[in-house]
Design a protein around this ligand. Structure first.
Ligand SMILES: Nc1ncnc2c1ncn2[C@@H]1O[C@H](COP(=O)(O)OP(=O)(O)OP(=O)(O)O)[C@@H](O)[C@H]1O
Length: 230
């Protein structure tokens, strides 16, 4: 049995760096971006409905969804954005739930959900037992973003300004990984967090509830069988 941990951050704050460290430690990580891409793969039900509503013009030559084009369309129309979300979100949630169940059956204590817009959409937060924000100071964030994406200072500043301030996210999280320093420094914090979560007893509470539920259901079944037999 297990519990769920949300991992988020700001643009170039180091979320991918931290999630790959956690993967290397053997933690199961579900990447919401990857899931979001998988649910619109050609011939999936979300794919078919997108083509039905948005037309062939949102497709690339190879038949895949042109995410950039779709992004432009929904950027200019709130109605279309709602329509697209109503198609994709239920599929994304279903797929994430499937991954969670599979990890659950494999006996992991906790599962990381890597969700860039965790606090912006707030759809998932009520299901999470812990939230982790990967933070780095504004100057470091700016220079790492400029370097990684080859942006000018102005372009990088615009992208940072378009997001929820990282400081605000930090205030909303239960755990903060401070990633302004070296990677080693970050790894040390990740190790600490990992052992804290591993040792957490919360999974026992979940396990207890599941056992109680199973016993209850089993009892009900026996009772029904008995009733039918009599
Ligand atoms: N502690 C660190 N020291 C030096 N460089 C780092 C450190 N952490 C991350 N970086 C570098 O900073 C950049 C941003 O990191 P990363 O890609 O992990 O951020 P992110 O939060 O996943 O970004 P995004 O959400 O925008 O994809 C990368 O080029 C990464 O190699």
């Amino acid at each position: 049995m297990m519990f769920l941990v949300g991992l988020t951050g700001g643009i170039a704050s180091g979320k991918s760096t931290v999630s790959s460290m956690l993967r290397e430690l053997g933690c199961p990580v579900i990447d919401a971006d990857v899931v979001a891409r998988q649910v619109v793969e050609p011939n999936s039900s979300a794919y078919c409905r997108i083509v039905q509503h948005f037309g062939q013009e949102v497709l690339l030559e190879n038949g895949e969804i042109d995410r950039q084009k779709l992004g432009q369309i929904i950027f200019t129309s709130a109605e279309k954005r709602r329509l697209l979300n109503s198609i994709t979100h239920p599929e994304i949630h279903k797929a994430m739930l499937k991954h969670i169940l599979l990890y659950f059956l494999r006996g992991y204590h906790y599962i990381i959900l890597d969700v860039p817009l965790l606090f912006e959409t707030r759809r998932l937060t009520r299901f999470l037992n812990h939230t982790v924000v990967v933070y780095c100071d504004p100057t470091t964030q700016l220079s790492r973003l400029m370097q990684r994406d080859s942006l000018t200072q102005q372009q990088a500043e615009q992208r940072i300004a378009a997001q929820m301030p990282l400081n605000e996210k930090r205030g909303l999280a239960n755990h903060v990984i401070e990633n302004s320093g070296s990677r080693e420094d970050t790894l040390r914090q990740v190790l600490r967090l990992h052992s804290k979560l591993e040792d957490s007893m919360e999974f026992l509470v979940v396990r207890g509830l599941a056992v109680a539920l199973a016993l209850g259901l089993g009892g009900l079944l026996l009772y029904t069988v008995k009733l039918l037999g009599s």
